[in-house]
Design a protein around this ligand. Sequence first.
Ligand code: GSH
Length: 216
Amino acid sequence: MVESRVILHAHWLSSCSWRVRAMLHAKSIPFEERPVDIVKTGKQLTEEYRAINPAQKVPALEIDGVTLVESMAIMQYIEDTRPEPKLMPDTALQRARMREICETIVSGIQPLQNFGLKKHLGTEEKFLSFTKYWTERGLQTLNDLLAKTSGAYCIGDQITLADICLVPQIYNGVSRHKLDLKTYPIVSKVYENLLKEELFQATHPKATKEKLKINL
Ligand SMILES: N[C@@H](CCC(=O)N[C@@H](CS)C(=O)NCC(=O)O)C(=O)O
């Protein structure tokens, strides 16, 4: 394997960035996080950043001499190249269950609440009601899926990619969209269990903001 410095281009509060940050932490891969200001200055929309990620979004990961984009592709690459500790279940059925949860979040919720949509949805009010609707539908789906699969975590008692997708998305919903998790008791229980894990405390946006000395 080519050895090189690992650089995560990310935003401290971005849920997709948190997925990759957690993945790197779980696998004990040392990395440098380079902040991309996607909120105030819109650095992601510059030509300079486009050369890093053609989608002009975070995250992007420089690893093993290549640059990877799309958080799920990055997570799978890390899992494939650094198999320990294992973050995928053993059976094909459980891996499919894990991906149902990942897809519900990655395709079904996150893109429909990404703040990049804001300027295309007219008013703040329209943006908020649009994102709230799709997030709530997604959370209901997750609650139903978790009823079949969860133990302490999304898939039984093993931390998997599903948990790494779940925590950042629920944190977003609760902190930004002020969603009440009481309506989704299984999501709420799994989320609370996961938040206690060192993996999510160490990679939490607040810890990251402090570590990177980001002042807002
Ligand atoms: N499917 C992409 C989504 C990336 C994405 O939407 N990133 C958001 C932050 S979580 C972003 O960069 N938003 C800024 C924008 O859309 O301009 C992934 O999983 O990496």
